[in-house]
Design a binder for this molecule. Sequence first.
Ligand SMILES: NC(=O)c1ccc[n+]([C@@H]2O[C@H](COP(=O)([O-])OP(=O)(O)OC[C@H]3O[C@@H](n4cnc5c(N)ncnc54)[C@H](O)[C@@H]3O)[C@@H](O)[C@H]2O)c1
Length: 456
Amino acid sequence: MKIVMIGSGYVGLVTGACFSEFGFDVTCVDIDTKKIENLNKGIIPIYEPGLDALVHKGIQTQKLAFTTQLKDVIHDADIVMIAVGTPTNESDGQADLGYVFKAIADITPHMDDYTVIVTKSTVPVGTGKKIVELIHNLRPEYREGVDFDVVSNPEFLREGSAIEDFMKPDRVVVGTSSPLAKKMMQKLYHPLHLMETPILITDRNTSELIKYAANGFLALKIAFINEMADLCEIVNGEVNDLAKGIGLDNRIGQKFLNAGPGFGGSCFPKDTRALASTAHSLNKPSLLIDSVIQSNESRKDSLIERVQSEIQIKKEILNRKINVSILGITFKANTDDIREAISLKMIPALLKNDVSVKIYDPMYYKNSDRLQHLKDYANDWVDQVDFANSVNNAFENADIVVFLTEWNEFRGLNLKKLYKTMAISNLSPGVLIDYRNLFDKEDARDFRFVTIGRKT
Ligand SMILES: NC(=O)c1ccc[n+]([C@@H]2O[C@H](COP(=O)([O-])OP(=O)(O)OC[C@H]3O[C@@H](n4cnc5c(N)ncnc54)[C@H](O)[C@@H]3O)[C@@H](O)[C@H]2O)c1
């Protein structure tokens, strides 16, 4: 079976590589010429554990290819997967379907024989129907159910563990009412079916909505535990114990109950906004999702405010520019993705307060090639900050260190040793702000320790 993946980003590249590992012939297409040139040389544009090996193997076995020339590969494709971005449309919060419709317009003239078009991109309910209408407009002779079908097949992988998530998913969701498309999708997911992965086949609208409902619910869990962390602080409680205390109830479950700096990344923020927008446009606003969005934004603001007040205290004592080091700028560990990370909001806010900012992140250290990529998101401030090439270097002469990402390499730090390298005095101890609850209070006893949802 021949698969063409339109879009070779986090989702397209990972799923394309994984399908090639299952033995299908996969061609990944992208409009980004540089990305495709690099992929053809075996250079992987993103950091995702295990992806290099999978891509290199696919290229070597000739099961995986990369091209910008969509028209050369569509005509004999059995399945065309759409994995392009669906960013927030700033005007109404809904997902911007411009890339999706452009991709459909690009492929439609080249389709030959029966083709299944699969939306892997996260798209609002009703998008599949709009795609069918677009294809009808472009090629009126092409019949749905005979010449083509449009199937929803949302992707649930998580960056940082994307390959494992793809290879061992909790479930696969397929949205189609076409018997022909259903047969093709069953063939596609046969390798996972053999491993007893539940494959849920439903109608297209329900499938489209499932993706948003799943992300909305997970975002709600995060917002909830963060609000509980705030209450724990007031009553001198322990949010980790609280999370265990509720999570051991099977109806609640222990996952996604880590208090932190609010959700970021390329999915939860935009998907909750899109879900809220869908609900509003259907005249059934989701009070819950509206609140989750609001709670998450105010979480980020209040944690930035806490850093600012530590800076203010230092300023009053030291009467000089304060040095703040930020450890971890990606939205979570094990990814280089910084989209909607709290760092992108916090760093410019600190710079506005005339603070000297140094950053250390294992993906964005001094002289790393990825620093160029950071400019796409932080062009207005990236030249105003310093980059450290190690954790040690980040602590040196810092007045305040702020941990924003839970990278494994942060967990075993010798805080006692690092403390001595900071700009400290009797009047002004070094401040450690731990927004991921990485450190024991005992290990951080030298510092003024700011943590979340715990007694200090
Ligand atoms: N990143 C995740 O963890 C994740 C997880 C599940 C679902 N999703 C969804 O998957 C979709 C893709 O997300 P992503 O993070 O992979 O995006 P991305 O921005 O990393 O990649 C999108 C790619 O599509 C390419 N592209 C755009 N228009 C194109 C066209 N007409 N033809 C060919 N290529 C084109 C871009 O150049 C880019 O390389 C989104 O809808 C997202 O919500 C993402």
